[in-house]
Design a protein around this ligand. Structure first.
Ligand SMILES: CC(=O)SCCNC(=O)CCNC(=O)[C@H](O)C(C)(C)COP(=O)(O)OP(=O)(O)OC[C@H]1O[C@@H](n2cnc3c(N)ncnc32)[C@H](O)[C@@H]1OP(=O)(O)O
Ligand SMILES: O=C([O-])CC(=O)C(=O)O
Length: 373
């Protein structure tokens, strides 16, 4: 058997959702640069789910559906209060809450196409409300109910803080949501597809994907980047600290990518936002440190930054708690997971690769009393 470690380069499915070709990322054929500059996150959700940009009426309909479905069942809010709140990572809370949501959805196990689409809308609508509510409940604050008059990005920030966000914050959040929405067959999306390919339900698929996104080699890297920046502390410390890490063969979080070789096209948008926002907050050192790290890691290892690197200083500048960075990624990426889940159902086959067995050969069972002490 030929083993392809990490399934590198293995093509496991066809998909019409997003593509990475020659280091260019497109959603349904639209370049990520174009979408980031021009599209709202709601338009991108529609694009991923319908493979076309919405008309004004279609967009309005989706926005209304998202607004109408944003509130959380009281059972989910009550559940947060049962968590060992000071020990629970928000990604673990989100994963548990999404699983719990499935219990209160009467259509959870209804597998018709229309029912699955309705669940997608409900889940997409509720994800920001879960993240924001948990972030507040753990600080002893009341959750802030969503507002129907704000767009997705503004509403998310509003639910987190209870205050109407400034325009620049809404712009930054919208761009971040657009940039993270889908990425071909990344680890969490693959996980979602493997799960629902058994004909399991949408909630199980998204819960599984959340588990995969949480890891620091995937979505969890954005929080790890901020931890690294905080530990390094000053611009002067960057050089010795990063060189030491490289000498120790430590991975520098937010660098490298399985598919991109010349660089992640999303990183430049986040770098630009990081530059603008860190100046506005009076903390330009986060950006300066980040660019210095980029210079060293690119120079030494020829590894460019990925989407997680500059998103860290962007979210920090928006005043967001560092352990909420990966949940924000999930609030966006659930749109892609749901698109892939629906695509998988439309043309399903069980996903079941093989393993090359390298354990012991044939053995005879030994009764327990003859196995020694
Ligand atoms: C949204 C996202 O998921 S983007 C990715 C987020 N994750 C990170 O930023 C974590 C840091 N990066 C990494 O761990 C990796 O680059 C990954 C997980 C993204 C990709 O992993 P793989 O494709 O399996 O590459 P792999 O880990 O085998 O690395 C290949 C070589 O580059 C080195 N390398 C890769 N990334 C890094 C890094 N961030 N820092 C230092 N060296 C690195 C490895 O040490 C390895 O070197 P070697 O051949 O001398 O042993
Ligand atoms: O595609 C990947 O392997 C990881 C990634 O960048 C993403 O999920 O956005």
């Amino acid at each position: 058997m030929t083993v392809t470690r990490g399934l590198e380069g293995v093509v496991a499915t066809t998909s019409s959702i997003s593509s990475i070709i020659d280091d260019t990322l497109t959603y349904v054929g639209y370049d990520i640069d174009d979408l980031t500059e021009n599209a709202s996150f709601e338009e991108v959700i529609y694009l991923l789910w319908h493979r076309k940009l919405p008309t004004a009426a279609e967009l309005e309909e989706l926005k209304t559906q998202l607004a109408e479905n944003a509130a959380l069942p009281k059972e989910v809010l009550e559940h947060f209060k049962m968590y060992p709140i000071d020990k629970v990572h928000p990604m673990a809370a989100l994963r548990s809450a999404v699983s719990l949501l499935g219990l209160y959805d009467d259509e959870a196990d209804v597998m018709e196409k229309e029912a699955n689409y309705r669940k997608a809308v409900r889940l997409q609508a509720k994800m920001p409300a879960i993240v924001a509510a948990f972030a507040r409940v753990r600080k002893g604050l009341e959750p802030v109910p969503p507002r129907e008059d704000l767009n997705f990005a503004a509403n998310f920030l509003y639910m987190l803080t209870g205050e109407e966000p400034e325009q620049i914050a809404v712009e930054a959040m919208n761009k971040a949501l657009v940039l993270h929405a889908d990425h071909e067959l990344n680890a969490s999306t693959f996980t979602a597809r493997v799960c629902v390919a058994t004909l399991s339900d949408v909630y199980s698929g998204v819960t599984a994907a959340l588990g995969a996104l949480k890891g620091p080699l995937h979505g969890g890297a954005n929080e790890a980047v901020m931890k690294m920046l905080t530990e390094i502390g000053t611009l002067e410390n960057v050089e010795p600290s990063i060189r030491q890490k490289l000498a120790n063969k430590e991975k520098i979080m937010g660098f490298g990518h399985r598919v991109y070789r010349q660089g992640d096209p999303r990183a430049k948008h986040l770098r630009e936002m990081s530059k603008r926002l860190t100046v506005l907050t009076g903390e330009p050192h986060w950006y300066d440190m980040s660019t210095k790290i980029e210079e060293i890691v690119t120079g030494e290892k020829n590894l460019p930054p990925n989407v997680d690197f500059y998103s860290a200083s962007v979210y920090h500048s928006l005043g967001i708690d560092h352990d909420l960075f990966t949940p924000i990624f999930a609030v966006s990426r659930v749109s892609g997971w749901l698109a892939h889940i629906l695509e998988q159902y439309d043309n399903n086959r069980l996903i079941r690769p093989r393993a090359d067995y390298i354990g012991p050969g044939k053995q005879e069972y030994v009764a327990i009393e003859r196995r020694g002490i």
